[in-house]
Design a protein around this ligand. Structure first.
Ligand code: ZN
Ligand code: ZN
Length: 300
């Protein structure tokens, strides 16, 4: 399945907001409701949406203008103006991608104790409008946002030097969360990033076996304890270099735990690729919970 076929398949599950709604969302007057369920369509509606997606050029999912092109010339559901306005993570820590003051340096936390994963890529900060795309995909069923987020992540990875991973592994959701959401947003991003980069995506290597608590309000130490044992190996990776893909990198606790499992299985190098990075300042203030931990009543 190529990128366009993947896009058409996605179009069957959801669609962009109407242009005037998108314009309003961009100006901040209307935000996507994060509690709404993904829209459901009949088979006929899905076929129509797929045909429309194949026939029509992409439009910007933030403002409704015509979409631009990604680095490889593929259509992008984002116009050039909105793309420039995405909050760039300009100077990231070379290990965990948290913003630092000087290029090519470690943050204080990584200098004290490096995370389990070897490197992280997070091209944007978790702020509007990148936040709008991430939350729209994750909480409002806007699955086409996965395409633009995957292409943006791929573009950032294309700019890097060094060897590419052999396989992309989406950070898995717990089965209860998957049933609730109907898809894994990390897999949506990974498959478009993998399609753009020509890297295989394997969502079957890891499984999330523990329904962890929501991470919001937990200290870094509590987060580490919360995710301990959250993942298990379902299939041997057969790769020396793997990239874990997620939508947002918050403290890195979840990614470290997943990386620990992969390294225990013999993977030599594990990178973490996320679209957006939560900053230290955000972690200590009132960023809404974006983790995929479950509320106590969701557990079973
Ligand atoms: Zn735009
Ligand atoms: Zn760091």
């Amino acid at each position: 399945m190529n990128c366009w076929e993947i896009r058409a398949a996605c179009a069957g599950g959801t669609e962009h907001a109407a242009p005037h709604v998108r314009s309003a969302a961009w100006s901040g007057h209307v935000r996507v409701s994060v509690n709404s369920s993904p829209p459901r369509k009949s088979t006929f509606g899905r076929v129509l949406a797929s045909l429309a997606t194949l026939a029509l050029p992409p439009t910007c999912c933030l403002c409704g203008a015509w979409g631009g092109r990604d680095l490889r010339g593929a259509p992008l559901d984002l116009c050039d103006i909105c793309r420039v306005l995405l909050p760039r993570n300009a100077i990231p820590c070379v290990r965990c991608a948290i913003p630092v003051e000087r290029p090519g340096t470690l943050c204080a936390a990584c200098a004290r104790a490096a995370p389990v994963f070897d490197a992280a890529v997070a091209p944007y900060l978790y702020a509007y409008p990148a936040e709008h795309l991430v939350r729209g995909l994750k909480f409002a069923g806007q699955r086409l946002y996965g395409r633009v987020l995957g292409q943006l992540l791929a573009a950032a990875c294309l700019m890097r030097n060094g060897p590419r991973p052999e396989v992309l592994v989406p950070v898995p959701l717990h089965a209860a969360r998957y049933r609730q959401r109907g898809f894994n947003q990390a897999h949506e991003i990974a498959r478009f990033a993998g399609c753009t980069l020509g890297i295989a995506v394997d969502p079957g290597i890891l499984v999330r076996v523990a329904a962890t608590r929501e991470q919001s309000g937990l200290s870094l130490r509590e987060r580490k304890i919360n995710v301990r044992g959250a993942f298990a190996l379902r299939r041997q990776p057969h790769a020396a270099h793997v990239a874990l893909v997620d939508d947002v990198l918050t403290t890195g606790s979840t990614a470290s735990e997943a990386a620990r499992v992969l390294k225990s299985a013999g993977v030599g190098r594990v990178e973490v690729w996320a679209v957006a990075r939560v900053t230290l300042a955000q972690r200590s203030t009132d960023v809404p919970d974006i983790s995929d931990g479950l509320r106590i009543q969701d557990r079973h």
